[in-house]
Write a protein that binds this ligand. Structure first.
Ligand code: PNW
Length: 491
């Protein structure tokens, strides 16, 4: 019958939104243009260039600051419904505080947004994708209990300036990468390396800041602007290595440490940080001589304040690993989130490898992640806000690995939709090659190649861009589709 046929055809719903994603520091350049203030990535790359693999920085990056019309032209070439990008806080508020608004920065985003709207491309805007104003970091950044106020002030400025045209807001991109990598470890700016408490204190103030911005939107903007506001969390799949109870528990702990620590306070019925993780950190902290748990508790009032403060769950999904209670463990000497949970991880050696050490093609991991989240956080609406694959800088425009990755991911996403998960959209990471954080320009995630040696930062579509375009146009994944020319056009 009709149903069986539909199932065979595997079509994306008509109202499903396809897009691509980028982030301000990774593409914009113009690091000190027209009154922009310094942020933590400017500061770190300028004062400690050696921490970046190729000693590069985002001073010019893909120069989107001067190429916004070309960026939107690429969106039209691909036939995107939506484009997810982020605002540079210090381009709008050079010192982080709302007493001084840099009008030139506002104009840049006005132009970018207006150009998208002109061609019916829906902007989806991230308020914070890792580029904290340096002035706020000098005051402790996310570890300062005043951070939630600073973030709310900034959020109010951007809702006010852009909310007439922007209807999809994301407060934070990837709390895990902000807190664990930036404050717990030294793998992202501001490289604080406070492994014992950095991740945990950051988690608390980040989640409170998110709730502040959400409530500001709901109370003072939503009625007139009619948009939605949510958060994006990186959710890779962590499944048990074997079906033993110990491995199941190890995988649960790993999920709690990697993403439930940020999701539970917002999306769960009980609120607060995940239970088992909280108990373990409290117990180990006391054993280690700390006066109280290194994971700061929320008060009951805070728990209630934070619960339900997201209209959707943005999922950045890239890969998966297996988790073991006993095997593949490393020896952690200093107290940290890793020593707290003390589990091992394993990646099968035959999984297809990208140019990024952490990114392998893991089967069914989008389906596993989304169905798990759907069962845990009932009635939640999801977007995949990032998903993508890296290749080396010298690779050809014919990127069959990336095409295989996208097709596999989108089929896994269709499995999740058919299983009843409410997923409204998918953003490919990334529209174009960009500054890949600590890896500089050595890993390329773009559907479009960017020539970083050319003063114009020339953009050229890879084969994957044509395949993505075909999927968007037809709303089905044809496993045999091959573009017959690599010349782009606008439909
Ligand atoms: C995301 N992991 O970060 C970021 O949002 C992007 O800015 C970045 O360019 C992109 O992914 C590619 O790295 C992640 O270890 C970093 O699973 C690491 C992981 C996931 C996402």
């Amino acid at each position: 019958g009709c149903n069986a046929q539909q199932k065979q055809e595997r079509r994306f719903p008509d109202d499903f939104i396809f897009g691509t994603a980028t982030a301000s520091y990774q593409i914009e350049g113009g690091w000190n243009a027209d009154g922009k203030g310094e942020n933590i990535w400017d500061h770190m790359t300028h004062t400690k260039p050696h921490v970046i693999k190729d000693s590069s920085n985002g001073d010019m990056a893909a120069d989107s600051y001067n190429n916004y019309e070309r960026d939107v032209e690429m969106m039209r070439e691909l036939g995107l419904d939506a484009y997810r990008f982020s605002l540079s806080w210090s381009r709008i508020l050079p010192n982080g505080f709302s007493n001084h608004v840099n009008e030139a920065g506002v104009t840049f985003y006005d132009n970018y947004i207006n150009e998208m709207i002109k061609y019916n491309i829906t902007p989806m805007v991230t308020l914070y994708h890792w580029d904290l104003p340096q002035k706020l970091q000098d005051l402790g950044g996310f570890l300062n209990p005043l951070f939630p106020e600073w973030f709310e002030d900034y959020a109010r400025v951007v809702f006010e300036k852009f909310g007439d045209r922007v209807k999809h807001w994301i407060t934070f991109n990837e709390p895990r990468e902000i807190c664990y990598e930036g404050y717990g470890w030294s793998t992202k700016a501001p490289i604080v390396n406070a492994t014992d408490i950095g991740t945990y204190y950051c988690a608390k103030y980040l989640v409170l800041a998110h709730a502040n911005a959400y409530k500001a939107y709901v109370n003072d903007f939503k009625a007139t602007q009619n948009g939605e506001c949510g958060i994006t969390i990186s959710v890779n799949w962590f499944g048990p290595l074997t079906d033993s109870a110990d491995d199941e528990y190890a995988a649960e702990l790993k999920r709690q440490a990697e993403w439930e620590i940020y999701a539970n306070p917002i999306f769960s019925e009980e609120g607060g940080f995940p239970k088992e993780l909280s108990e373990i950190v409290a117990k180990k902290s006391l054993e280690q001589g700390y006066k109280k748990s290194r994971l700061p508790e929320f008060t009951d009032e805070e728990k209630k304040y934070i619960q339900g403060t997201s209209d959707f769950f943005g999922v950045n999904h890239y890969t998966g690993v297996y988790v073991s209670a006993e095997e593949y463990k490393s020896n952690h000497i200093t107290p940290s989130l890793l020593s707290d949970i003390d589990v091992g991880t394993y990646t099968p050696p035959d999984w297809l490898a990208s140019a990024s050490s952490w990114l392998k093609l893991s089967p069914n991991s989008i389906y596993n992640s989304l169905t798990h989240l759907h069962n845990k956080y009932k009635n939640t609406k999801f977007y995949i806000t990032e998903n993508g694959w890296s290749s080396p800088p010298d690779s050809e425009l014919v990127d069959d690995d990336r095409i295989l990755y996208y097709r596999t991911a989108l089929n896994s996403l269709l499995d999740a939709i058919e299983a009843g998960v409410d997923v409204k959209g998918y953003m490919a990471w990334s529209l174009m090659d960009n500054f890949e954080w600590m890896e500089g320009y050595t890993e390329r995630f773009g559907l479009y190649h960017v020539n970083f040696d050319h003063p114009d930062r020339t953009r050229t579509p890879r084969k994957s861009a044509f395949v993505y375009k075909e999927i968007l146009k037809t709303r089905v994944i044809d496993p045999n589709y091959e573009p017959d020319t690599l010349t782009m056009w606008i439909d």
